[in-house]
Design a protein around this ligand. Structure first.
Ligand code: SF4
Length: 92
């Protein structure tokens, strides 16, 4: 099953061709976008709860930010939702 968000997924579109992270993106795509973790993709959860405009491109399917990027512009409403998934961190 393929995630219905795949064509417009800003994470995939922005990072799949980035040589620094493309191998990790490929792994995420296998396990999430085309795999059995699709239903627990935190990006999907955030999109469903807050809408696409508040979904940061640099959020990985696990809910963490791409290494070397910032969460400073992530909407405040994201963080309590992350905590519901057991992901605890602050804006950096
Ligand atoms: S990262 Fe998540 S939202 Fe994006 S295409 Fe993959 S499973 Fe769907």
């Amino acid at each position: 099953m393929e995630c219905t968000n795949l064509m417009g997924c800003t994470f995939v579109n922005e990072y799949a061709a980035d040589s620094k992270i493309s191998m990790a993106v490929s792994g995420f795509m296998s396990s999430y976008c085309h795999g059995d973790k699709e239903a627990i993709c935190v990006r999907k959860i955030i999109k469903q709860r807050l809408g696409p405009d508040k979904l940061p491109a640099n959020m990985m399917p696990s809910g963490h930010h791409v290494s070397g990027t910032s969460t400073s512009d992530w909407a405040d409403e994201i963080f309590p939702i992350l905590e519901e998934s057991g992901i605890y961190f602050q804006k950096i």
